[in-house]
Design a protein around this ligand. Structure first.
Ligand code: XMP
Length: 513
């Protein structure tokens, strides 16, 4: 089966593997990551136009070092090995790999000695990013050295006839100044790609696929108001029209007026004609007296499923469930990853009932978040939806620390609304990954007028991040913070002290619970 030009990335465990995929897709070529255990048959089935072997943390000589079926390199499909990938190629084909005296980590100068193919149009001398312990001491037979660096005499090698290339440095990392050009050359000079991976083509392809799968049946989707589920619903709606049933559950844990506002947008701007379920009392009742963060998360997740199932059951002719699952979630579950501890139990609209007898439609299983945003823009979804900060499934319940009550939620909603409005007024919203207020279960003494007050402490949190995995606190101007604190304390009854959270992730997390 080959309906889409694909570059296959084989993962040896590098922290940069996803970046390789991103760089290729930015060049309008589709690429997919598979673990190094991929079989020769699977590679043949994918029938890629090119193969990239990623870097990895191990030495090719380590016990248990990852390997691939070597016949994959010899299929005649262009191959590019990066770092460990290069070392693996070299070792497999009879070259020399040895531990370097010093681990080379950071910037190095690349000197190109052969400007054809991979290095066509690349400056003779440029900065590259290195991260390796071993290095090549001899190229395999019939390979030419195409670049060198101070510590790596065989920094890049190639066998043009066999279409096998390798580089010691990481072209996918932004610090490698000519990295994009090098990847571009691999794609277009060597693999002869056409570059047809665009949001528009993706939309056309998906619509016809969704139509053929769903046919005349009905599909259901849960609309949270987040980017992924919204764009997924709009796309599926385009494919199957009125056969899509969109349900929005108001948990009562949303931000100020949010449920109403997004509901209006769904109907008026996105033509989704959604069903609105107000389940706020039910959620609050279940949360009564609960203070443990994990317990809160579990209750909310389960209640959401209950409510959704009850509603979905009414549509007996629905056979499909639309979810906005993204590619990073898919990779996490298939790539070779060590077991990691549960830090927080995530509740996502994307984690809906396996036991529900509905087949899944996940149009974004192969997309990154920014690609979903591009698809959303192509579908003319308003920018205010596309650029929204992420919002956790359990909503404000994890931002009212301790027991959640309607009163506390209302205080938080008012304060949060002021915070976000001020950020938008200062045109900072798009520079920030996420900003929100947190109501602490602590009261402190203050004075307002001549009166002693004893009210809640409110924490403000704003972070920058690329993917939510790590984050830095956002450095607001001090006048901005002073002004904001005044506004909140003056306007929000129940708060007499505002603090700003200056912790990064790690060691903290973005949400407080
Ligand atoms: P933490 O707090 O773990 O959050 O640093 C990382 C990112 O994930 C969001 N988050 C969630 N998103 N369901 C979600 O869909 C959840 O249960 C959930 N918990 C946290 C958080 O807002 C941040 O963007």
């Amino acid at each position: 089966m080959k309906d889409r030009e694909t570059v296959l990335i084989i993962d040896f465990g590098s922290q940069y593997t996803q970046l390789i995929t991103r760089r290729i897709r930015e060049d309008n070529v589709y690429s997919e990551i598979y673990p190094h255990t991929i079989s020769l048959e699977k590679v043949k089935e994918i029938d890629p136009v090119g193969i990239i072997l990623s870097g990895g943390p191990m030495s090719v000589y380590d016990e248990g070092a990852p390997v691939i079926d070597e016949r994959i390199i010899k299929l005649g499909i262009p191959v590019l090995g990066i770092c460990y990938g290069l070392q693996f190629i070299s070792r497999s084909l009879g070259g020399g790999v040895e531990p370097a005296k010093d681990r080379e980590y950071g910037k190095a100068i690349l000197r190109v000695t052969d400007s054809s193919d991979l290095f066509k149009g690349v400056t003779k001398s440029s900065i590259v990013w290195m991260s390796h312990g071993d290095y090549l001491t001899r190229a395999p037979e019939n390979f030419t050295v195409t670049a060198e660096s101070d510590h790596s005499p065989f920094c890049a090698i190639s066998n043009v006839k066999e279409k096998i290339f390798g580089v010691q440095f990481h072209p996918e990392v932004a610090h490698t100044v000519e990295g994009k050009k090098i990847i571009h050359n691999f794609l277009f000079e060597i693999c002869k790609c056409k570059g047809e991976w665009t949001p528009q083509n993706f939309i056309e392809e998906s619509i016809s696929k969704i139509k053929s799968v769903i046919g005349n049946s009905k599909a259901i989707c849960a609309l949270s108001g987040g980017v992924d589920s919204t764009v997924a619903a709009v796309l599926v709606k385009k494919a199957i029209g009125e056969n899509l049933i969109s349900i929005h559950i108001d948990t009562g844990l949303m931000r100020k007026d949010e449920s109403q506002k997004i509901g209006k947008m769904f109907d008026e701007k996105l033509d989704l004609n959604h069903i609105h379920i107000d389940a706020s009392e039910r959620f609050l009742k279940k949360l009564k007296g609960v203070t443990d963060p994990e317990q809160k998360r579990k209750i909310i997740g389960n209640t959401f499923i209950e409510v959704f199932e009850e509603e979905a059951k009414k549509y007996t002719d629905a056979k499909y469930l639309v979810q906005g699952t993204l590619y990073p979630d898919v990779i996490e579950s298939t790539a070779v990853k060590g077991a990691s501890a549960t830090i927080k139990t995530h509740h996502n609209v994307g984690g809906l009932p396996e036991k529900m007898d509905l087949k899944l439609i996940e149009p974004f299983r192969e997309l990154f978040k920014d690609e979903v945003r591009s698809v959303g823009r192509e579908l003319n979804i308003p920018e205010e939806f596309i650029e929204r900060h992420p919002f956790p499934g359990p909503g404000l319940a994890v931002r009212v620390l301790g027991e959640v009550t309607k009163d506390k939620l209302d205080i938080l909603r008012e304060a949060d609304d002021i915070f976000i409005s001020e950020i938008k007024n200062a045109v900072l919203y798009n520079q920030i990954w996420q900003a929100f207020a947190v109501l602490l279960p602590v009261q402190s003494v203050g004075v307002m007028g001549d009166q002693r007050t004893y009210e809640y402490v409110l924490a403000l949190r704003a972070v920058t991040s690329v993917d939510g995995m790590t984050a830095d606190w956002f450095q607001f101007d001090h006048d901005f913070l002073a002004n904001l604190s005044n506004k909140i304390i003056n306007k929000v009854r129940g708060v007499n002290r505002v603090v700003y959270d200056v912790s990064s992730k790690p060691p903290s997390t973005i949400e407080w619970e």
